[in-house]
Write a protein that binds this ligand. Structure first.
Ligand code: FES
Length: 127
């Protein structure tokens, strides 16, 4: 059976509608940076790596969205990704997608439901 680690990210109310929050690997004690986005009251999570070059997407801390907040935008060459699926809609990686991370919302907190087989194991288990 696959081991799942629930890594606490933040309180649900810390993530406002049409905004994103990034979590560095040293914060989640994993080997990848991730970010989460709230849109239409849903929360989506992705690994912070553009499929074009592997670069991080944000242009400033927690700035992952386009100015109109309708898409995720890569700061390097401007690729746009759908918030709900992570598919590249425009740009040099058209047709590729961001890698999703599975989220769990429980007791008003947002967790990353990370499988042990995804990259390396986190250093701490939170549940
Ligand atoms: S690195 Fe993201 S579009 Fe080129």
């Amino acid at each position: 059976m696959e081991t799942i680690y629930n890594i606490e990210l933040c309180d649900l109310n810390e993530l406002e509608e049409n905004t994103a929050l990034g979590f560095a690997a040293d914060v989640t004690k994993t080997d990848v940076d991730i970010f989460i986005v709230k849109k239409n009251n849903f929360v989506y999570g992705y690994i912070n790596s553009c499929p074009h070059t592997g670069a991080p997407l944000e242009w400033m801390p927690n700035q992952f969205l386009s100015l109109d907040t309708k898409s995720i935008q890569c700061s390097l060459h401007g690729a746009r990704f759908s918030i709900s699926e992570g598919k590249c809609l425009y740009g040099p990686c058209n047709g590729q997608s961001l890698t999703t991370v599975r989220l769990l919302i429980k007791d008003n907190k947002i967790y990353w439901e990370k499988k042990a087989s995804e990259n390396s194991e986190p250093l701490t288990e939170t549940t």
